[in-house]
Design a protein around this ligand. Sequence first.
Ligand SMILES: [Zn+2]
Length: 262
Amino acid sequence: MKEQALALRLDDPGASSKRYEVYSDHRWNIKGIHISANWLFLKYMQPFKKWGPYREMRGSEWFEVFDILQRHDARLTVAVTATWVVDKNRLIPFNQRFPEEAAALKEGMQQGLIEIANHGLTHCVLQDNLFKPKLFEGNRQYHREFWDWLPLELHEEHIQRSQEILQSFFETDVVTFVPPGNVYNEATLEIAMRYGLRYLSCQTTPGSSNSLLVLGNENTIPFHDRELVLYGVDWLDKLLTNHSETDFGFVRELGSQKVPGN
Ligand SMILES: [Zn+2]
């Protein structure tokens, strides 16, 4: 007998932040002089590097993930970033940049194993190419997309375009919104609502906004494609084995259980 439903959520397929978000929080203090590992090449090296770079997942790895999900009778919400950023003027739609991975995800979705969620258009700030790695500092803050210091028209353009790309390729309604880096404001959510999104899933306090149903990460185990690339897809098998009593559904199912009348 399985226990109450939780959701599993994997973020970042398609996000170029895995290539560009490089920073380090290492610091040395040598005779009163502070030196940060964000200098030049140090932030790319173990043990100093914190996030990227790491590679995108392969289509074949997704099929292994689907086998694991089936074996554990589990479901997974996959939060996809709709375009890969080359530079501020060049965004490549997910299904064109990673056709094999996109086809695999579509198949998994059609088999009912995964839900496709919206993880932004770019995952980063395009303005002035701020997302690019810096010589002497980290760039983490620019690998969030919906900052309140960016114009709301830009929030709208990103939400509209990302919904168009994801919904037309996957031929499905995308209703779960996962703002990159948990950064958004109430106006972002109102815009998201207008483009068909219904549930907010990220690290935030659950509760209601005037638009989306704010689920937060409550009853959700969030992780990234990074874990599967760095530790192998068996990482997911182990996680599900450790939670063998838990019934894993989609984020959107957590949401629909909370909507009165459903
Ligand atoms: Zn992300």
